[in-house]
Design a protein around this ligand. Structure first.
Ligand code: BLA
Length: 291
C-alpha cells in the first residue's frame, strides 16, 4: 500500500479549529521542545502540539510522518480535575501491511464497576458506537488490562492496510471529537473537594498506565532514542504523570511487581482477551472474565 499521500494533519486541523470555535486554547510550554523532531533515520518527523483551555488541562497531538514506512496519530484531551469528563483518545498506526485504530472517549472510571458513570456519559452515545461497528469492526483479542480503560463505544480495529479507509476514519474521528467537545461545553464544574481529588487520581492512574505500557513505546524509542522517548512520554504525551498524584505504577497495578521489586516488562499479566466486542448495544458488559 502506498502511504505517501496519506496524512493525519487534517485530523489535527479539524480538531483544533473545532475546539477554538468553542473555547480559547492557550499553547503550553511543553510544545516548544516537541514541536518538531527529526528521527534517527533522517526522514521521519515527529510533530507535537499542546494546549490548555478553561476546562481543558491538556489537549495534545503527536503525528509521526515523513517516511513512507509509517504514519501515526496520537491525539488526546484531558479535562481539568474539576470535571469528570471522559478522556478523548485517538491512536492510529498505519504501515505498509497493518492499520491499528483505537478511538474512544476513555472513561475516567471503570464503567464495568461504576454504572452511574456509564449512565451519565455513555447511554446517550450508544448509537454513535453502533454507527461505525461495521465499517471499523472489532480488532480481535486485546490486552485485557487495556479494556478497563475503554468505554462501551470504543472503536478498536486492526486491519490489513489494504482495507484501510482514511475517509471513514476521518469521519469517525470528527464525530467522536465533536461529541467530546459537546460534553465539555455541557460540563459543570465540581466544587466538592473530595470528588475533585478522585477525578485527579483517576486521571493520574490512566496517565501512569499509558506512560508505562503504551504499545507505541518501542517504536518511539527506535525513532528518537530511549532518553528523548522517555521525555516525550512523561513530559508531553502523558504530562501530569509526575505531578497529578504521588502513587506509582506498582501502587496502582501491583500485579506487575517482580520479585526484585521492579516492574514486569510484559505489557500484560492477564494476557489478551475478547475475540469479539464485549459490550452489547445497550452498553452492558458481556465479556466473560479474562483468564
Ligand atoms: C497496538 N495500540 C495497540 C493495541 C492497543 C493500542 C490496544 C493492540 C495491542 C494490545 O492489545 O495491547 C492502544 N492501548 C491502546 C490505547 C490504550 C491502551 C490507546 O491501553 C489506552 C488506554 N500506537 C501509538 C503510537 C504508536 C503505536 C504513538 O499510539 C507508535 C509510535 C503503535 N500500537 C502501535 C503498534 C501496535 C499497537 C506498532 C502493534 C504492536 C503491538 O501490539 O505491540
Amino acid at each position: 500500500m502506498d502511504l505517501s499521500a496519506l496524512s493525519y494533519q487534517k485530523f489535527v486541523h479539524f480538531a483544533l479549529e473545532e475546539t477554538q470555535r468553542r473555547t480559547t486554547l492557550a499553547p503550553l510550554p511543553s510544545q516548544e521542545k516537541f514541536r518538531s523532531i527529526k528521527a534517527k533515520d533522517d526522514k521521519t518527523m515527529l510533530h507535537g502540539l499542546s494546549f490548555s483551555a478553561p476546562k481543558i488541562r491538556l489537549l495534545r497531538s503527536l503525528t509521526i510522518e515523513g517516511s513512507e514506512a509509517v504514519k501515526v496519530l496520537d491525539f488526546a484531551a484531558f479535562s481539568k480535575p474539576e470535571f469528570d469528563l471522559p478522556i478523548f483518545c485517538a491512536n492510529f498506526f498505519l504501515n505498509a501491511s497493518l492499520s491499528i485504530v483505537v478511538l474512544d472517549l476513555n472513561p475516567l472510571y471503570d464503567v464495568t464497576i461504576r454504572s452511574d458513570y456509564k449512565d451519565k456519559y455513555y447511554i446517550k452515545l450508544m448509537s454513535l458506537g453502533q454507527k461505525y461497528a461495521e465499517l471499523l469492526p472489532w480488532g480481535g483479542k486485546v490486552t485485557s488490562e487495556s479494556l478497563r480503560f475503554f468505554s462501551p463505544i470504543v472503536i478498536w480495529s486492526m486491519l490489513s492496510s489494504k482495507k484501510y479507509k482514511h475517509d471513514i476514519l476521518y469521519s469517525a474521528f470528527m464525530d467522536y471529537f465533536q461529541t467530546w467537545l459537546e460534553l465539555m461545553d455541557q460540563a459543570v464544574e465540581e466544587t466538592d473537594a473530595l470528588k475533585i481529588l478522585r477525578n485527579r487520581e483517576a486521571q493520574h492512574k490512566y496517565l501512569t498506565w499509558r506512560a508505562e505500557k503504551d504499545p507505541g513505546h518501542p517504536i518511539l524509542k527506535r525513532l528518537i532514542g530511549e532518553k528523548l522517548a522517555k521525555d516525550l512520554l512523561r513530559n508531553f504525551l502523558f504530562e501530569g504523570v509526575d505531578t497529578l498524584g504521588t502513587r506509582t505504577f506498582l501502587d496502582y497495578f501491583p500485579e506487575y511487581r517482580c520479585k526484585d521489586g521492579s516492574i514486569n516488562q510484559r505489557r500484560s499479566i492477564i494476557g489478551k482477551s475478547y475475540e469479539t466486542r464485549p459490550w452489547d448495544a445497550k452498553g452492558e458488559f458481556i465479556g466473560s472474565e479474562p483468564g
